[in-house]
Write a new protein. Structure first.
Length: 90
């Protein structure tokens, strides 16, 4: 079996320009490649670094979405209380 020729870490799209879904999908692909153990050491390190950046980006996007949901819950007639958003079951 030959290693994958697709080099995700050569010139990837900047993490900040990715949607949550795109970042999560790429993160899942990185985890899969690393778990297979068929990536050379230097490439593994680069993939791991990219994965960390993607993870942080996803967490930031989720936090922003949570803030937006809390504002929606407050209602148009003023604060009626906030409830924590349950984004973990998506």
């Amino acid at each position: 079996m030959t290693p994958k020729t697709k080099n995700d870490d050569a010139s990837p799209m900047p993490v900040g320009g990715l949607t949550f879904e795109a970042a999560l999908q790429e993160l899942e692909q990185i985890v899969s490649r690393l778990e297979q153990g068929e990536v050379e050491l230097e490439a593994s390190i680069s993939l791991y670094e990219r994965g960390q950046a993607l993870k942080a980006h996803c967490e930031e996007k989720l936090k922003a979405a949570e803030g937006r949901l809390e504002k929606i819950i407050q209602g148009a007639s003023g604060p009626v209380g906030t409830e924590p958003a349950d984004l973990g079951s998506a």
